[in-house]
Design a protein around this ligand. Structure first.
Ligand code: GDP
Ligand code: MG
Length: 177
């Protein structure tokens, strides 16, 4: 049946950030286990799910993906921000503008009652593009500290740090969610 087993708890995690930072690729990587061949710009809201087992309990992780710069109708925004267990803010390490947008995304979350009482994490994506990095780890870590968030630098594209040494193990996509 399409219904989940009765005792499966659902954790809703929203993934927020500018268009093009890799939100769709990150959620796809986590839920489908690979980098998508091609992505189309997300229209409105989309979500992907993955079942994980924690301490013998099956938990459904539901990752909500959005179109970064599109404006939603008010009702849509409220639906999106309802019953959220955690927030993931994503920027692109090769795009300073996406990093500068973070305060506005953080503010929008606060307006929907998603402040420091909700687990929030900061993700710098595309760290496989080492030659093009514009947002260094130091400045990102400082920002993360200021906003009381852990920082993960990762890549939706590079499956692990062993292949090319571009990412720290702890920043593997699997470690984030
Ligand atoms: P979204 O708008 O935030 O959902 O971004 P997408 O997931 O659609 O990704 C935007 C573009 O960045 C696409 O061309 C992806 O192939 C590319 N991309 C996403 N993640 C990575 C990554 O980790 N490394 C590299 N090199 N490219 C990425
Ligand atoms: Mg998208």
């Amino acid at each position: 049946s399409a219904l989940p087993p009765p005792r499966t708890r659902i954790f809703k995690i929203i993934v927020i950030g500018d268009s093009g930072v890799g939100k769709t690729c990150l959620t796809f990587r986590f839920c489908a286990g690979r980098f998508p061949e091609k992505t189309e710009a997300t229209i409105g809201v989309d979500f992907r799910e993955r079942l994980v087992e924690i301490d013998g309990e099956k938990i459904k992780i539901q990752l909500w993906d959005t179109a970064g710069q599109e404006r939603f109708r008010k009702s849509m925004v409220q639906h999106y921000y309802r019953n959220v267990h955690a927030v993931v803010f994503v920027y692109d390490v090769t795009n300073t503008a996406s990093f500068r947008s973070l305060p506005a995304w953080i503010e929008e979350c606060k307006q929907h009652a998603l402040g420091t009482e909700v687990p929030r994490i900061l993700v710098g994506n595309k760290c496989d593009l080492q030659d093009s990095v514009q947002v260094g780890t130091d400045v990102a870590q400082q920002f993360a500290d200021t906003h009381s968030m852990p920082l993960f630098e990762t890549s939706a594209k590079s499956p692990n740090s062993l292949g090319d040494g571009s990412c720290r193990d702890s920043d593997h996509v699997e470690a984030i969610f």
